[in-house]
Design a protein around this ligand. Structure first.
Ligand SMILES: Cc1ncc(COP(=O)(O)O)c(C=O)c1O
Length: 434
């Protein structure tokens, strides 16, 4: 495969944009690549780069594209309104339609406010929890990523972890002091902490997908719900990834647990920029202009994003068998990956839930938290990533992210993926044997 145009673009971008990219993980730094690929277009399960290479895509824009690239139903709806105008800074019908659908489907949400990104949604939810409880401290879990607002960039996952650190510079001591962190899954420590400190909220990815995917134990989330109720702490489920992906009603429907606040993003914008936070009416009515917790945005609830999100969610709602099919396809890949690993003597632990999975190159029965995931062999991951890319399959350029499936990934794509995975596992096995 030739990557000339992407390499040239990257060289140019390096002089113009820090690191040549607008989100760090896109630089392909941790997988020792000369340059990332620059994408020209996407269709179904496939993307095409500026050198006209074709790839089967397991990034799916990091989650939003559960229907695949350019799904006709979404495009059709977007086309209907895109010529009317782009943004008005005034209310539109499309925001109300999307809000109505979210409230109808997500069990805990009685009222919802739309934002432009997941970062804004989690930042605002934390502010709201502080105002509601009158407390300052918050609790998050090591390796969970909730966007890049100051308070949540402590012991964080995703791009930071990929580049080998967990806390950002430029955050004040005061903010750091107010963000408490614990290992994911350690209920005893959560109980101890919440009984001894005044904490405004516990924010959690109900299925963490930013330290690689973790298979959450339901008992942990049940425990969080019980302790937060007893200590009058706000429980925030960050469902930016899991919302409308793990199940139509997200992780809260899947596990049958009702948080106080929920943050959403990705799928609810159908590939366009959007986010949301919502929850109990009593809490949400503290948001301006009803209350005095300020949240605003020039592009909040953008009509095109709202329409694309509405079309995507409506399609999911009308075709509920999608979730079963996605899980079956994921299991098909996962089962075969485990067989390949055994055949070539490669240590792996594959975690999967719904349409997400991570292949941890590690000699552990299960990866349960950040401490475990950091034991992974990133050199083996790099061989895996590069073999896949050089043979037309894009997987996340980081050991600490999840593969995303869409409904456009058919048996044909899955079988081609397994063929290339076999090449990768063979290479890793041969390297290990040396
Ligand atoms: C769980 C979670 N929360 C929040 C965010 C931030 O969303 P955004 O990138 O739209 O700001 C992300 C982004 O990947 C995420 O995975």
């Amino acid at each position: 495969m030739v990557f000339k145009n992407s390499i040239d673009l990257y060289k140019k971008a390096l002089n113009l944009i820090p690191g040549g990219v607008n989100s760090p993980v896109r630089a392909f730094k941790s997988v020792n690549r000369e340059a990332p690929i620059f994408v020209k277009k996407g269709q179904g399960a496939r993307i095409y780069d500026e050198d006209d290479n074709e790839y089967i895509d397991y990034i799916c824009s990091w989650g939003p594209l559960i229907l695949g690239h350019n799904h006709p139903k979404v495009i059709e709806e977007v086309k209907k309104i895109i010529e009317n105008g782009s943004s008005y800074g005034l209310p539109t019908k499309y925001e109300v339609d999307l809000a109505e659908l979210i409230v109808e489907i997500v069990p805990s949400i009685e009222k919802v406010r739309l934002t432009t990104s997941g970062t804004e949604a989690t930042m605002s939810a934390v502010r709201l929890a502080r105002a509601y409880t009158g407390r300052n401290k918050i609790l998050k879990f090591e390796g969970c990523y909730h966007g890049h607002s100051d308070a949540l960039l402590v012991k964080s996952g995703s791009g930071l972890l990929t580049d080998g650190y967990q806390d950002s510079n430029g955050i004040t001591d005061g903010v750091l002091k107010d963000t408490l962190t614990l290992g994911f899954g350690d209920l005893e420590k959560v109980e101890n902490l919440l009984r001894n400190e005044e904490v405004a909220c516990v924010i959690v990815e109900p299925i963490p997908a930013n330290m690689g995917l973790i298979e959450t134990h339901k008992e942990f989330l049940q425990g969080l719900r019980r302790i937060t109720e007893e200590t009058k702490t706000v429980l925030i489920f960050d469902e930016v990834i899991s919302g409308f992906r793990l199940a139509l009603g997200g992780a809260q429907e899947f596990f049958g647990i009702t948080p106080d606040l929920t943050t959403l993003g990705k799928i609810i914008g159908g590939g366009y920029p959007v986010g949301a936070f919502g929850g109990k009416r009593e809490i949400m009515d503290l948001v301006a202009p009803v209350g005095r917790v300020y949240h605003a945005g020039t592009l909040s609830g953008n009509p095109i994003a709202s329409k694309a999100g509405f079309a995507t969610i409506s399609y999911l709602k009308e075709n509920p068998s999608i979730y079963k099919e996605l899980a079956e396809n994921t299991n098909y890949l996962v089962d075969n990956v485990e067989k390949l690993a055994e055949k070539y003597g490669v240590d792996v632990c594959v975690n999967s839930m719904g349409s997400l999975f991570t292949i941890f190159f590690v000699d552990l029965e299960k990866v349960e938290n950040l401490e475990d995931s950091l034991k992974a062999n990133t050199e083996n991951f790099s061989i895996y990533f590069n073999t896949m890319l050089d043979n037309g399959i894009v997987v996340p350029p980081s050991q600490f992210e999840a593969h995303f499936l869409s409904i456009a990934h058919t048996k044909k794509e899955l079988d081609r993926t397994l063929e290339v995975m076999e090449m990768a596992f063979k290479k890793i096995g041969e390297k290990n044997a040396k």
